[in-house]
Design a protein around this ligand. Structure first.
Ligand code: IVH
Length: 668
């Protein structure tokens, strides 16, 4: 038997190892359920032995109470920015200057690495422990965001390196995660982030770090202030070796011709990367040579940033409509003449908020330039003034809700409109969609148009009514495009959702303001199941939640307010009466065991085994089979003869492409 201290050490190491596999290597090593079991054991052990809690324990990533502001930190070595290169000539000119500074005319070795579009950060480790993280600020003085950065799973709290490391890097959000965040913000009535960079920078500087913990931030380090190495590539290899996140995409180029060949090739490759890149950073590999070259007033002379021209398309904006969110927030959307852009047809683009429309002076009838943020989300970059029809007048925000026709309110100081009618059908549709969508209650068959019909026909008047649908087959059969088969699969999906989701997933799906999946887990652990939560008085719930690490006063207040609403309370009771039994997080962890539990696979290409046999194997090991790669698919298992479009597409959707031997390794 190990002592509590030994067990504690073991759990900390295991959790850190799995987090590294998942967030740094993109190669999950356990199922979510197994990870949760380890984490819960750690929490239980620390509750019994508070003396074991250390700043480096994974339990200490949850964030702390909000601060007034950020402490300013003056740094010893200034953070520079990079000069840009847009043409081949710019690159040759950069190389010429480097060689000139070098004094002799031989080929210079450059490291080419992805330029990640996020927020720059400096992180210091002393004696192997993360002690400080600062934003770039003005370069010389940054802001202390240590508490926020500690919530980022990709950033280890401890590393096996005794020397001081002052690292520079980037905090970013994957475009695929930005979609989820914006979905949530739309629903909560918060203005959407226009791109992954804004989302990353905003999340990093939240005064309440518990909210940062809810944001899926990632990190990559690409520079080290201390001079322990002779070459940049060796430094990068060392960072990766001690478990720090690096981009792992560096490429050594001998001379500028190889640089040019690389950036041409990389323009295709970068589209399949899990992070957004807008270019390539070129750095002199030899650190001695870097010292000789030095800096200009603003930039290093030994590095430059190649910027790819963004793909754009022009089309005509026909209409501006407003989507109604769950909380009544109205989001303006541009309806466009369909146009091809980076591989898809675009006919709608979110305009995010009223300010965007005003500042870009976007009018109906305008020809607009579109661009994809993060290669996924189309956005209106600007209008083409020369092509504006004379009749185009500035857009007037609606005064009534497009769904229910009741007057909308404009909030003071916020560029947002809101429908305050609690019974607005548009709001209900958004809430039902949010509740049932994939990753929430996962009722696969409930698309947007079906939800619209269900609300219009009065079949669904609140979220609980979804679970009453299996008893209303006849009425379902009367809806558009609903035959026997589709009704049956909808009924099956709903019956399945009643019993297969965990309590924390149910809580997240309800969309309680400020309560994301991290906080929902903590609430679920405290109350066990829905009955347990409903049996408490809302004011007691508030007090109880406030004592939990990782739940702030505002979150606790929000949960209490939600529960205190008599309509909400009745709706949740109705769910229980209709047979919704959300599982407890811990129990789920054990029941779902199996090496592939929590993972999903799409199988493509040819293998020795039959496709069906592989599917069976996945399911027998607790995994889920997806017939095509979709959002949420963990792996694309690729056999022989798989086209690059397929693997690129999978990577874009966030799936990791693996081969047969990697699959066998996962099976153990
Ligand atoms: S090196 C003195 N490498 O781009 C050189 N920067 O436009 C320091 N960035 O402020 C920067 N990816 O925030 C470097 N692989 C990379 C990068 C990178 C993104 C950002 C960084 C920098 C900005 C300059």
């Amino acid at each position: 038997m190990s002592t509590p201290a030994e067990r504690h050490r073991f759990l900390c190491d295991e959790i850190a190892r799995h987090a590294h596999a998942y967030y740094v290597l993109d190669l999950p090593s356990v199922s979510d359920a197994e990870y949760d079991a380890l984490y819960n054991e750690l929490l239980a052990l620390e509750a019994a032995h508070p003396e074991l809690v250390a700043p480096t324990s994974p339990s200490q990533r949850v964030g702390a109470a909000p601060r007034e502001g950020f402490r300013k930190v003056e740094r010893a070595t200034r953070m520079y920015s990079l000069d840009n290169a847009y043409t081949e000539d710019d690159l040759r000119e950069f190389d010429r200057r480097v060689r000139e500074g070098h004094g002799h005319d031989e080929l210079v070795v450059y490291v080419a690495e992805p330029k990640i579009d996020g927020a720059s950060i400096e992180v210091t480790y002393e004696d192997g422990v993360l002690v400080l993280a600062t934003t770039r600020g003005d370069g010389a003085v940054g802001e202390d965001v240590t508490t926020n950065v500690r919530t980022i799973q990709a950033v280890p709290l401890q590393i096996p390196e005794k020397r001081t490391l002052t690292l520079r890097g980037e905090i970013f959000i994957r475009p695929i995660d930005l979609e989820t965040i914006n979905e949530r913000r739309r629903a909560d009535g918060d203005p959407e982030f226009a791109n992954p960079r804004n989302a990353a920078a905003g999340s990093l500087r939240l005064l309440d770090a518990r909210l940062t913990a809810e944001r899926p931030l990632r990190a990559v380090f690409y520079d080290l202030v201390e001079r322990y190495f002779e070459h940049h590539h060796a430094m990068l290899a060392h960072l990766a070796a001690v478990g720090l996140p690096t981009h792992r995409r560096e490429h050594l180029c001998r001379g500028v011709d190889e640089v040019i060949a690389f950036i041409t090739r990389f323009d295709t490759e970068r589209r399949a990367l899990p992070f957004e890149t807008d270019g390539v950073v070129l750095k002199v590999d030899d650190l001695q040579l870097r010292d000789e070259l030095g800096f200009t007033a603003r930039f290093p002379r030994w590095a430059t940033a190649w910027k790819y021209a963004a793909e754009t398309a022009e089309t005509v904006l026909r209409e501006i409509t407003c989507d109604v969110g769950r909380t009544g927030a109205l989001t303006p959307v541009a309806i466009l003449d369909p146009v091809q852009l980076s591989g898809t047809t675009v006919s709608r683009a979110s305009l995010h908020n009223l300010d965007q429309i005003a500042s870009k002076d976007i009018r109906v009838g305008d020809t607009v330039v579109l661009q994809k943020a993060g290669e996924i989300i189309p956005q209106v970059l600007r209008v083409v003034p020369e092509r504006r029809p004379e009749s185009a007048v500035p857009w007037q925000p609606p005064t009534v809700c497009p769904s229910c026709g009741r007057p909308v309110e404009r909030e003071e100081g916020v560029a947002a409109l809101r429908c305050v009618n609690a019974r607005c059908p548009g709001r209900l549709e958004a809430a039902v969609w949010y509740f049932t969508r994939r990753g929430a209650m996962d009722v696969d068959r409930l698309g947007q148009s079906l939800v619209e019909q269900l609300v219009r026909e009065g079949l669904v008047t609140d979220l609980a009514d979804v679970f009453a649908l299996p008893g209303k087959r006849d009425r379902l059969l009367g809806l558009e495009r609903m035959g026997d088969k589709s009704v049956q699969s909808l009924v099956d999906a709903i019956e399945n959702a009643k019993t297969s989701r965990r309590f924390d997933q149910l809580l997240t799906a309800l969309g309680i303001p400020l309560v994301g999946s991290v906080a929902a887990k903590l609430v679920a652990e405290r109350y066990g199941d829905l009955r347990g939560l409903l049996d408490r008085d809302p004011s007691e719930v508030r007090q109880e939640l406030e004592t939990i690490d990782g739940i702030g006063a505002k979150m606790a207040e929000s949960v209490a307010r939600f529960l205190a609403d008599p309509d909400v309370h009745a709706m949740l009771e109705k769910m229980l009466a209709l047979g919704v039994v959300a599982k407890q997080p811990m129990k789920a962890a054990r029941a779902e065991g199996g090496p592939l539990a929590g993972l999903s696979f799409c199988v493509t290409g040819s293998f020795e085994d039959k496709r069906e046999a592989i599917w069976e194997r996945i399911e027998a090991a607790g995994g889920e089979v997806h017939k095509s790669v979709k959002k949420g698919t963990t792996y694309l298992l690729a056999g022989e003869k798989v086209g690059k479009t397929k693997t690129d597409d999978a990577a874009k959707k966030g799936a990791k492409v693996i081969d047969w031997s990697a699959f066998l390794a996962l099976l153990g």
